[in-house]
Design a protein around this ligand. Structure first.
Ligand code: S3P
Length: 180
């Protein structure tokens, strides 16, 4: 077989999912990876595994700046070895310049966008496991939501996830990715 005739890219880009907490990055990432027959990697889970404790505990014992440092080191390194994984980033990761640049330069960055109104309906189930939400009032969270949304707008693709099912979202994502 002539290797030049194959359609398999030798060094496929990672597909990197970004978006606010609760947008569905992990659920949709797993489904997308399954449909594309790629590996799935959740950055928070990897950091938890490496440090033997949940993110909430890392925030408590080491503090947020230490978590952000771990996050930066992990993601920047991951981007240096792009190999076609579907990657879910924590919602705050993309705020770091180095992470944003590394992801945009090496991968296909996909923003799972949702409206504030839709997020408000999801927020009750998130608070226990998201230290960022625990120390803030609803007004402060809303401000954070809109500040971050402007940064998430720096992406290759985005989709609004307010009303679509994970199956529908993944179907649209695959069409968009394959069209490029
Ligand atoms: C965070 C989001 C979380 C996790 C950490 C901080 C954030 O990930 O990384 O609690 O700053 O938005 P998810 O977006 O997967 O909830």
């Amino acid at each position: 077989m002539n290797i030049h005739n194959t359609n398999i890219p030798l060094n496929p880009k990672n597909i990197i999912l970004i978006g606010f907490m609760g947008a569905g990055k992990t659920t949709i990432g797993k489904l997308l990876a399954q449909k594309l027959e790629r590996d799935f990697l959740d950055v928070d889970h990897e950091i938890e595994r490496q440090h033997g404790m949940p993110v909430t505990e890392i925030f408590k014992t080491m503090g947020e700046p230490a978590f952000r440092k771990l996050e930066k080191e992990y993601v920047v390194q991951l981007c240096q070895h792009s190999n076609g994984k579907v990657v879910s980033l924590g919602g705050g990761s993309f705020m770091q310049d180095e992470i944003r640049e590394a992801c945009l330069n090496s991968g296909i960055v996909y923003h799972l966008d949702l409206t504030w109104e839709s997020w408000e309906k999801r927020c009750a189930s998130l608070v226990d496991t998201r230290p960022i939400l625990q120390s803030r009032s609803m007004e402060e969270i809303e401000e954070l939501f809109y500040t971050r949304r402007k940064i998430y707008a720096d992406n290759h693709h985005q989709i609004n996830v307010d009303t679509l099912t994970p199956e529908q979202i993944v179907e649209v994502m695959i069409q968009q990715i394959q069209a490029n």
